[in-house]
Design a protein around this ligand. Structure first.
Ligand code: MTE
Length: 301
């Protein structure tokens, strides 16, 4: 499929410009970063987009199926069997069915996308994902008229996921997007990062990445995608609707009831651990703000 990103890289220098790069641009801008030498290192992609290291990205995680600690996923996720893997696609689609991971990725153009990830807990990272647009998959399976939302589920396998042996959350982990959000070109299904297959702790073998929303919307290790008419259940929203909205767009002007969302801590130590201002829609306003025109974002938070 065509890349739609080239022009974005010529934007005003005042704002960070490497919001996303396709693979070729990324390779040109960052040299041989995908080689082994890049792993564990910190490298400058372009402008002020300082990539987090492979180490940061794979050792400081939220994946409650493995426990609530930041190092539980890296300690326990190696036990997760990720092959074979299949995803059930159902609801208002022309071609429902159980698709193997291989079926899903076959024929997709895998591209690099360097995105900021902003957790609702007010830490953030910059991650070089690779994957493909969710829109491509939805188009392939055929979205039927009447579908207004897309629902996602993570697997339930307490034998391999120690966090699921306790009722920390109402398993399976569930998330959802409005159909236009799901079809937005920024929304990807990621199959890896830093040129490696997706590490288990980051949501192997396939996870959602929605960069303008708080990180909890980016559901990991997906086994089901359903096209629905009604707004689907979403784990954190069900857990505490006062604290976590269905939309959960990154918004520095709407605080979490228990903490400010005006700034964030960039994970990674040294200079970059100082707090930086949080940006509206996590810096992707130009690409996504039009979807929320006329909505009161403090009501639909
Ligand atoms: N997906 C599942 N299935 N379970 C989770 O606990 N945590 C979410 C999200 N996806 C989570 C999940 C949260 S809170 C964040 S911030 C991101 O994953 C973290 O992604 P990362 O660990 O790859 O940085």
């Amino acid at each position: 499929m065509a890349h739609r990103w080239t022009n974005d890289l010529t934007r005003d220098d005042v704002t960070p410009k490497a919001l996303y790069l396709n693979r070729r641009q990324w390779m040109a801008g960052a040299g041989a970063m995908l080689g082994a030498g890049a792993l564990g290192g910190r490298a400058r992609a372009q402008g002020d987009m300082e990539l987090n290291s492979f180490e940061d990205i794979t050792s400081y995680n939220n994946f409650y199926e493995f426990g609530t600690g930041k190092t539980d996923p890296s300690n326990y996720a190696h036990a997760l069997t990720t092959s074979p893997w299949s995803i059930e696609i159902d609801g208002l689609v022309d071609n429902p069915g159980t698709y193997s991971f291989e079926d899903i990725v076959e024929g997709q153009t895998i591209e690099e996308r360097i995105y900021r990830l902003r957790c609702v807990e007010a830490w953030s990272m910059v991650i070089p994902w690779h994957g493909f647009e969710l829109a491509d998959l939805l188009t392939r399976v055929g979205v039927q008229e009447g579908a207004r939302f897309v629902a996602f589920e993570t697997l339930v396998r307490p034998e391999e996921m120690p966090g699921q042996r306790r009722a920390i959350l109402d398993w399976p982990y569930r998330e959802g997007l409005r159909l236009d959000e799901a079809m937005n070109p920024l929304t990807i299904l990621a199959t890896g990062l830093y040129g490696e297959a997706m590490p288990n702790q980051n949501g192997a073998p396939i996870r959602l990445v929605v960069p303008w929303k708080y990180g909890f919307k980016s559901i990991k290790s997906i086994v089901r995608i359903s096209l629905t008419e009604e707004q689907p259940e979403a784990t954190w929203n069900m857990q505490n609707p006062r604290e976590y909205g269905f939309y959960s767009n990154v918004n520095p002007n709407v605080d979490h009831p228990r903490w400010s969302q005006a700034s964030e801590r960039r994970v990674g130590g040294g200079l970059f651990s100082s707090r930086i201002p949080t940006r509206m829609f996590n810096g992707y306003e130009e690409e996504v703000a039009h979807m929320y025109e006329g909505m009161d974002l403090s009501e639909y938070f």
